[in-house]
Design a protein around this ligand. Structure first.
Ligand code: TRP
Length: 334
């Protein structure tokens, strides 16, 4: 029996942070044996918002490196750069023609991105690419005829649109695409150390996240100044900041330490200083491993670019077959 196919993608946002790692990438790494995995760095999606042309390619290659460092194994998994597989954009056009304007206007991410206070400023440029973004995403998924898509909760609506596009295509032109399903996994809920009411995200400034390759001193400083509470919480009650530190320790697989500290918390004897020290130690151990691995594989940018090209060609072979089938189904010459 052949393995089911998994497809997921990430935007080249620059250096990965621990929120990305624990929230998505670690899971991508863990399922590489179980599924036929294809992962992409979506540079075309990154063009939907204002960006700097002289940084895009560098960020894209950096993301490839980061994914390799995290444990994506090019012997098992296809890791492609979206723009190097031009069939994605060809399929996007065909999907453009079977997606309704109304469906796109209901996408909450588009509304969020365009209605945010900052972008709301009169005259702010909103690209058509941002509007049709989810159609390109559907093409990313369906061009590989993927069965599962590991996504976070914020992408569930986009995935639903992809399913609708698949269903509509199949109805109009004949059954061809599988309906991709979300692969929901248990992901730790991690928030900003500086403000536990916010997600750990790069759109906030750097005190809100910890980078994959962050230095020890900087991590210790951030953890030390992490928001907890005044220590007046008792019993099983935990403030969001304290809970976040516990979640971080657990995410780093420090079960033993986690349980010991939890016992202390229940007994009301926990010192936040100890909690923070264990958190910082666990994070430093993790990032030190990443730094070591990064040093092993970088310095060799040309090879990485070649590797990305070779893997993208592999993706292109699959994509080309889909496009041939699709062209003939929709009435285009092949
Ligand atoms: N929109 C996704 C995000 O911002 C990235 C993405 C693009 C994606 N294409 C995809 C995710 C296909 C899953 C499958 O996170």
């Amino acid at each position: 029996m052949s393995k089911k196919r998994v497809l997921s993608c990430i935007q080249p946002t620059g250096e990965i942070h621990l929120g990305n790692y624990f929230g998505a990438i670690r899971n991508w790494v863990n399922i590489q044996d179980q599924y036929d995995c294809i992962y992409g760095v979506v540079d075309l999606h990154a063009m939907t918002m204002p960006y700097k042309a002289d940084e895009l390619e560098e960020n894209t290659l950096q993301m490839v490196v980061d994914l390799l460092v995290c444990g994506i194994d090019p012997d098992k998994t296809i890791l492609f750069i979206q723009s190097l597989v031009p069939q994605h954009t060809e399929l996007t056009w065909i999907f453009n023609c079977i997606t309704s304007y109304g469906e796109l206007t209901r996408m909450t991410q588009f509304k969020d991105k365009t209605e945010q206070s900052e972008s709301n400023i009169k005259g702010k440029f909103i690209s058509a690419g941002l509007f049709t973004y989810p159609i390109l995403q559907a093409a990313d998924i369906l061009i590989y005829r993927a069965n599962y898509v590991p996504v976070g909760i914020d992408q569930v609506q986009h995935l639903e649109l992809s399913r609708n596009i698949a269903v509509r295509f199949n109805k109009n032109y004949g059954n061809y695409f599988p309906e991709p399903e979300p692969l929901l996994t248990d992901i730790p809920k991690l928030v900003s150390l500086a403000d536990p009411t916010k997600k750990m995200s790069k759109s906030l400034d750097e005190k809100h996240y910890i980078g994959l390759f962050e230095e020890e001193s900087s991590i210790r400083k951030k953890v030390k100044s992490a928001v907890t509470d005044t220590g007046d919480q008792q019993g099983n009650k935990m403030s969001p900041g304290v809970e976040n530190l516990f979640n971080l320790i657990k995410a780093c697989n420090k079960e033993k330490e986690h349980n010991e500290l939890l016992k202390q918390h229940k007994a009301g004897t926990l010192k936040y200083k100890d909690l923070k020290e264990v958190t910082a130690d666990a994070l430093v151990e993790l990032t030190t491993g990443f730094i070591t691995r990064r040093n092993e594989i970088t310095g060799d940018e040309k090879n990485i670019k070649n590797l990305a090209k070779t893997l993208s060609e592999k993706a292109g072979d699959i994509a080309a077959k889909t496009i041939r089938d699709v062209r003939s189904l929709v009435g285009l010459p092949v």
